[in-house]
Design a protein around this ligand. Sequence first.
Ligand SMILES: [Zn+2]
Length: 169
Amino acid sequence: MEPVLSPHFSLSELTRSETATRLGIPNDPPEGLAANAVRLCELAEEARDILCRAAGREVRMVVSSGYRSPELNANPAVGGAGAKPGEKLSAHCDFRAMDFHPEGTNLATAFDVLRRSALPFDKLIFEIDSRGAAWLHLQVEREGERPARLVLRGMKGPDGSSYRRLPDA
Ligand SMILES: [Zn+2]
């Protein structure tokens, strides 16, 4: 895979994980996910343009989690979707999602700007965990599918996440 995925996103920032480093869990994406990584970054570049235009200044998207190996995703320190039987595996394991917070605009504003825009995302989630940390989850659709434009608010607790659907306009 190329180290630079798009003008503003690099492979290293999308695969870096403090948890993986700390626990010695490998987090190298398989070659077969390169196309998803590129499509995700194309969507993120478009999101970034929209955020910059709305804020009237440079907005940086600081990625906290991009690709997650199934092992990293299932680790209790990450608690990604799909760790429990019957649960759908997180799109992070497919290299189709990134968690980020914007620098240069506020999180809630960025969420509203993106959900009211024409950005063709599959999912946009405003996520809050039990410690009050918040971030946005941006997801691209599976290759060949149509983006669902699903907007959700998610609460991540110790026993999993609960989601509430919001209007996408
Ligand atoms: Zn996420």
